[in-house]
Design a binder for this molecule. Sequence first.
Ligand SMILES: *[C@@H]1O[C@H](CO)[C@@H](O)[C@H](O)[C@H]1NC(C)=O
Length: 375
Amino acid sequence: MSSVRFFQTISVAAILLALTATVHSCPPSDRAALLAFKAALHEPQLGKLGIFTSWTGADCCNKWYGVSCDKESRRVADINLRGESEDPIFQKKHHRTGYMTGYISPAICHLNRLSSFTVADWKGISGEIPRCISSLPFLRIIDLIGNRLTGTIPTDIGKLQRLTVLNIADNAISGNIPRSLTNLRSLMHLDIRNNQISGPIPNDFGRLPMLSRALLSGNKLSGPIPESISRIYRLADLDLSRNQVSGPIPESLGKMAVLSTLNLDMNKISGPIPISLFNSGISDLNLSRNGLEGTIPDVFGVRSYFTVLDLSYNHLKGPIPKSMGSASYIGHLDLSYNHLCGKIPVGDPFDHLEASSFVYNDCLCGKPLKPCGVN
Ligand SMILES: *[C@@H]1O[C@H](CO)[C@@H](O)[C@H](O)[C@H]1NC(C)=O
């Protein structure tokens, strides 16, 4: 073999090798976006031992902590960075939980194949959710729980037609729930708990056909509970507690197919308790600390099964209904701080309840309170 031939062979091999390397590593534009994302975040506790130490080298699909790529396209598909995890990287450094400051760089919006974006429980990350996030067409998961994010939910979030999880709980997000949110036709899990979100719950909230958990507690939401919510066939968990929601409880909430948890506690809800709620699939019902009026409907039956039934701190009057004794199960009952009057029925579930379930009413008597007719 001539030396010319030899060098030709060698260079062909070298080119092939270089080609395979590029095919199997992430595109330079994805790598650049990740490095810009990293540059905006800081891990003051861990410094050089932090999670980003692995973010070096040309191939961002290879052993970059929390980054995974699509196998075929080699485009970045997932960013999964959790400050609270079982990962050995946290235990090794004697900090069970991570801490990061800085902000989420809009550079992530260049990762236009991104499917899952989790930057959760870092406690110190502030700034806004990048507006451009709603232009990432493949996004399925946004999980930013447990940071210090401010600003509003991006106005055109509704463009994310594949989004199944939107979790921004435990931040300082303000502003209204954007109108476009009800366009999220794949959304299954909405968690905006413990922020500063104000204004009404959109009237057409019931347009979210896939929603199974709607957790909105601990905000400043006001206005009525939209009747349309009861059209969400898959909704199992509705938590509107600790807001300023007013008006009556729609009767239709008690007729939903799979609703099992309904927490409306600490609002400004008024009117009577709908009869339907006590004969539904709801097993966890907290209506405490509202302005509910009227009597407790005497409609309990075998379909009534409650692990929690908390009606405390309302304006309920009249007797404790006898039919409560025919409920299949009532675990925790709280009727305290109302205007109830009369004899507490005997039998199950009243026999296993303590006085605290009944105290601070107008004139309830009998076990576990004082016997009737004694002052
Ligand atoms: C019901 O809600 C009230 C007010 O938020 C809360 O204090 C109470 O613990 C809740 N009840 C149960 C049984 O969780």
